[in-house]
Design a protein around this ligand. Structure first.
Ligand SMILES: CC(C)(COP(=O)(O)OP(=O)(O)OC[C@H]1O[C@@H](n2cnc3c(N)ncnc32)[C@H](O)[C@@H]1OP(=O)(O)O)[C@@H](O)C(=O)NCCC(=O)NCCS
Length: 217
């Protein structure tokens, strides 16, 4: 059995046993990390109107609408056709199986953002590296929500046992995503030139990386 982290909403994030072996942390440490994680999540829910919590299947329609807007209107990603409700439900199910976090930010009844982690690459040697994805409702950007959501996501990444987080950012001239990630401690590690073509433009991607802890070489 891997370690299991339960959020205050009951969603459980399992840390795979392979990660536990690498960490070799005593269960008391895991227990304290769990408490700290729950405390942070509860504080984030208490300090404003926006609640951050794990996504449920009922959120997928709003997630699809939010992401779909960015697919159609922006160069924030290189999808040309927006994934539908079933695609998002399948993604949630897949991330749940892997124990990876898929968080939503909810204000009242409205979804105002989401953030998730996916495996960086499918091959098992990459299993300690994840990629983040974060989207805020276009009417709520620039108000600190991205920073808050990313900070929760990184806490969940640590709890899961990730060692490295990679952000792949389309360098379309929009400054928000690089600013968000650099502000959270990511560093630029590369640029892939003209790998994307969308809306009649060739677009570079920036690779940013955050190490969650120092590892022995
Ligand atoms: C990128 C995104 C998630 C950032 O979230 P946000 O809520 O707008 O950002 P925040 O208000 O939390 O700001 C986070 C940081 O970025 C900076 N920032 C945000 N927008 C900025 C802008 N337009 N220009 C310069 N800096 C900006 C803020 O000053 C803040 O810096 P600080 O932490 O040093 O104060 C959001 O703008 C978004 O969803 N954009 C469209 C989709 C997208 O590009 N997603 C990322 C895919 S990799």
């Amino acid at each position: 059995m891997g370690a299991v982290f339960a959020s205050s909403t009951g969603r459980r994030w399992a840390v795979p046993i392979s990660h536990r072996r690498l960490n070799e942390r005593p269960s008391a440490v895991l227990f304290l990390e769990d408490l700290a994680y729950r405390y942070n999540l509860e504080m984030s829910q208490a300090d404003g109107q926006v609640v951050i919590r794990p996504a449920t299947p009922a959120d997928c329609r709003s997630v699809a609408a939010l992401y779909g807007g960015y697919v159609r209107e922006s160069l924030a990603n290189f999808e040309l056709i927006a994934p539908g409700l079933e695609d998002w439900q399948a993604k949630l199910e897949e991330l749940d199986k892997l124990g990876l976090p898929f968080l939503v930010a909810i204000e009242g009844e409205e979804l105002v953002g989401y953030a998730l982690l996916t495996p960086w690459r499918p091959r098992p040697g990459y299993r300690f590296t994840v990629e983040d994805s974060i989207y805020i409702h276009p009417q709520r950007t620039g108000q600190g929500l991205g920073r808050r959501l990313l900070s929760e996501l990184l806490a969940a990444a640590r709890a899961w046992g990730a060692k490295q987080v990679v952000a792949v950012i389309a360098d379309s001239g929009e400054p928000a995503s690089p600013a968000l990630h650099l502000g959270a401690g990511f560093v630029e590690v590369g640029r892939l030139r003209q790998v994307g073509f969308k809306q009649g433009r060739w677009v570079d991607t920036l690779l940013l990386q955050l190490g969650l802890e120092d590892l022995p070489s």
